[in-house]
Design a protein around this ligand. Structure first.
Ligand code: URA
Length: 431
């Protein structure tokens, strides 16, 4: 039986070229095998002619080929072979091969999403470097998508299978890094300092996979015109990392349905402060991290001015899903209801109990009301340390998105200065 040797686990171009040649030379699925072996890879012989398969099948194959399942190449060839012969493979929902491919594609989409949400980056001399161990081979397609979203941010994502890099020269792919080599953030920075140049130099064009989501329903990609959110390096406390995983599947209230994902808090294991906002916003929902959109950028600037390193604080929200309503193609923020806040309190409590921050900074009326357990007029109670009903110290201030809405520049400057002053009080208290 001829064996097709592909160049890599996601050799999309290689698989397509092989499948085209196999179909055109009349070799059925049962007469051929597939393996991944770059050393034995050979381009398929030229075959004259052509044929078409439904675009939806190509879409399915482009996703399912990223599954960590050795049988996927043959499975997908079987579908292409039958589709080329005119069988209505996509229409027969009971077709076992179609169902299996559908399950693989689903798992790949879920993992691609999870990877984008879970990735943390460290600043390694101007390049953002992250490490992640994906359950499926989603690195290339994901990196192509992220490189489109954030082209101006030189980034390298390392996984045990491969590495992806992008900058002005566009996306490139190369060797990966084993988990044992990067036990913690410091090791990752050290590894990059020692081997980063080599990893970049050995990277090549990849296997031609389309960016993740190309074949999916358009989601809520950040508007290209918006600046890249400031994303700061964080290492999640292992217990909180486990809680974050659990929260990812949270369905304690109906907000989980329409939202893209749970946006758990993030920060160091022993934070100086815990900042609590209202709920994930539009960009937070897409990226999977709190305060990375416009309000987050303003918050970052104010923290810096107040002398607070964002890497030293835990940033979270009262409600961990984005609540919105559609207006045309735009998703408009909606204030969460008391029941939604109550349902989500579980996760906030997990964060608080685990982190025991010296001071909570309650950003805006929703967070203040949720934690103080009473109506709060922010203007009256801001800027001084209060006690929550459970005795924990907390400081109320405005929400950064309030500052974004102040209409005139002079008032905005005043409000911003007052916000920074509140943060300085918080910083002084936390020591
Ligand atoms: N507003 C919030 O309250 N939280 C976020 O994470 C983003 C915007």
């Amino acid at each position: 039986m001829p064996i097709i040797a592909l160049r890599g686990e996601t050799d999309w171009d290689g698989w397509r070229a092989a499948v085209r040649a196999l179909v055109l030379t009349g070799i059925p699925p049962e007469a051929v095998g597939f393996t991944v072996d770059p050393a034995r890879h050979a381009p398929p012989p030229e075959a004259a002619g052509g044929f078409a398969v439904p675009r939806a099948l190509i879409a399915l194959a482009a996703q399912a080929i990223q599954a960590r399942d050795p049988g996927r190449f043959a499975l997908l060839y079987d579908l292409v072979w039958r589709a080329h012969a005119g069988a209505p493979v996509l229409e027969d929902r009971a077709d076992p091969a179609l169902r299996r491919a559908g399950r693989l594609a689903y798992a790949v989409r879920a993992e691609a999403h999870r990877m984008r949400a879970a990735l943390r980056y460290l600043d390694a001399e101007g390049r953002w470097v992250g490490w992640y161990a994906p359950r499926h081979f989603v690195l290339e397609a994901n990196a192509r998508l992220l490189a489109q979203w954030f082209p101006d941010r030189p980034t390298s994502i390392l996984t045990p299978d491969a590495g992806a890099h992008w900058d002005a020269a566009g996306p490139r792919f190369g060797p990966g890094v084993a988990a044992a080599a990067v036990p913690d953030d410091a090791a990752l920075v050290g590894l990059w300092a020692n081997f980063g140049a080599e990893l970049l130099a050995t990277a090549g064009p990849g296997f031609g996979l389309p960016p993740a989501e190309v074949f999916e329903e358009p989601r809520h990609a950040p508007d290209a015109a918006r600046p890249f959110p400031v994303v700061l390096p964080v290492a999640l406390d292992p217990d909180l990392a486990a809680a974050a995983e659990d929260a990812a599947g949270c369905a304690r209230c109906p907000l989980a349905g329409p939202a893209t994902q749970t946006v758990f808090g993030e920060g160091p294991a022993a934070p100086r402060l815990m900042l609590i906002g209202e709920q994930a916003g539009d960009q937070e929902d897409v990226i999977g991290r709190p305060f990375v959109g416009p309000a987050g950028q303003l918050l970052d600037r104010a923290l810096e001015e107040a002398g607070i390193d964002r890497r030293a604080v835990w940033v979270s929200n009262v409600v961990k899903h984005f609540k919105f309503t559609w207006q045309g193609k735009r998703r408009l923020h909606q204030t969460p209801q008391a029941a939604e806040i109550e349902a989500c309190r579980f996760w906030l409590d997990v964060e608080r109990v685990r982190l025991r921050p010296p001071l909570l900074v309650l950003l805006g009326a929703t967070a203040a009301r949720a934690l103080l357990g009473r109506a709060v007029t922010v203007g009256r109670e801001r800027g001084r340390v209060l006690r929550l009903p459970d005795g924990a110290p907390a400081l109320v201030t405005v929400h950064p998105s309030f500052l974004l809405r102040v209409p005139d520049a002079a008032a905005q400057a005043r409000e911003y200065a007052a916000f920074v002053a509140d943060l300085r009080v918080a910083s002084g208290y936390a020591g």
